[in-house]
Design a protein around this ligand. Structure first.
Ligand code: F6P
Length: 323
């Protein structure tokens, strides 16, 4: 191997820069050259790449976002788009590609690897929805941002005897919502994976009110059938039956921004380095992730287009602890 390319793709995640730094420096340590691709697959199609030195990735470990930029690229989802991507890689002499990104990005990585190009994915998304990694880069930081908001909301909710619906990201998965609910001591969680009856939720909130709780906090996943806007609309007709007054906070992209915490910096560094190690031993067409406390590789075929299910033990705990 002489030259590899690396890109960050899809929604950015805190820790992407740490992963990029690890890829570049471990590859350089092996005597390889690394091309940094701007703007994810969109930049790959446009041939926007240039060599990165060890100095070029200095001072980025602690930065949120991605210095390479990221994009969502509909054209890459077509066969023609992927052919252009391969042509661009070969025009720049890249012999392999490292894709730092989440679900859609790793599905794209799989499609490229099916066309015969060596690709290694690095599990990076705040959604934590990738099969092949118990935890993904950015999830821990995003979870802590959600928790800080929840802790703050609880104080004002208590002062006013209110219920809050706090909507967190996660796309079609409830990992972020479930863990934020447990770690934030929520009265209820609303998840895409579990059918929610808004009437039952109203009864739960009213029961909490009658038990003398000073507030109630419901963590809602954005991908749930009843997201925060739907639930608020549903309850608006007869808010009084909840006991509490209701307020809604949608956290949105604030969860994706800001500096990565220690856990994400370390995870990203290990996974970025492991991606280069995988290529060095001739392994490609795999996702590098973190499984049962260690780096592991999983064939992209098993990752593409799938969502990691919720941990049933945590799901049960969330219900038990909300009393
Ligand atoms: O996949 C990460 C994520 O932040 C999801 O949680 C969210 O649904 C989506 O990206 C938002 O995408 P965008 O930044 O394109 O609005």
């Amino acid at each position: 191997m002489r030259r590899i390319a690396v890109l960050t793709s899809g929604g950015d995640a805190p820790g992407m820069n740490a992963a990029l730094r690890a890829v570049v420096r471990t590859a350089i340590a092996r005597g390889w050259e690394v091309l940094g691709v701007r703007r994810g697959y969109a930049g790959l199609l446009a041939g926007e790449m240039r060599p990165l030195s060890a100095r070029d990735v200095g001072g980025i470990l602690q930065l949120g976002g991605t210095v390479l930029g990221s994009a969502r690229c509909p054209e890459f989802q077509t066969e023609g788009g992927r052919r252009r991507a391969l042509a661009s890689l070969s025009a720049h002499g890249a012999e392999a590609l490292v894709v730092i990104g989440g679900n859609g990005s790793q599905t794209g990585a799989y499609e490229l690897s099916r066309m015969g190009f060596p690709v290694v994915g690095v599990a990076s998304t705040i959604d934590n929805d990738l099969v092949g990694s118990d935890v993904t880069i950015g999830f821990d930081t995003a979870l802590n941002v959600a928790l800080e908001a929840i802790d703050r909301l609880k104080t004002t909710a208590s002062s006013h005897g209110r219920a809050f619906l706090v909507e967190v990201m996660g796309r079609d998965c409830g990992h972020l919502a479930l863990l934020a609910g447990i770690a934030g001591g929520a009265e209820a969680v609303v998840l895409p994976e579990v059918e929610t009856d808004p009437e039952a939720l109203a009864r739960e909130l009213h029961a909490a009110y009658q038990r003398g709780k000073s507030h109630a906090l419901v963590v809602v996943a954005e991908g749930a059938a009843y997201n925060a806007a739907h639930l608020a609309q549903y309850f608006r007709a007869n808010e009084r039956r909840l006991g509490f007054e209701l307020r809604v906070t949608i956290l949105g992209h604030v969860q994706r921004g800001g500096a990565p915490g220690a856990a994400d910096r370390l995870l990203a560094t290990r996974l970025g380095a492991a991606a280069v190690d995988a290529l060095a031993r001739g392994e490609a067409g795999v996702l590098v992730g973190w499984v049962r406390g260690a780096v592991a590789t999983t064939p992209l075929e098993e990752v593409a287009g799938r969502l990691k299910p919720l941990d049933p033990v945590l799901l049960e705990l969330a219900g038990v602890l909300a009393r």
